[in-house]
Write a new protein. Sequence first.
Length: 102
Amino acid sequence: MSDIKEAKRAARQLERTYCKKRRKTRYIACEEYDFTWGEDEIMRFRQLWRQGVSIPQMAVELRRHQNELAILVLDQIEHKYIRPRKGGALGTVGANEGKCGR
């Protein structure tokens, strides 16, 4: 089987497995971001969160985009790995250094 046919077959299999609805066209939101995390990154994130470090500061330390951190915050709160904190996303450490955005 050619590489192209194999790739198309694999794509169809992925669509059957993961795409919940059939659509003519697809737009993948936030495709430019990386929402995968290593265990060491998660542990460091949780530590920084507990310390009250702002998302802008965490983004610098973890070398990630603020939007990636924001999604991780939502995930971790939803799964009860972290709790909402004083200062919210901006925290209490470094809150004056950045606003939402890059």
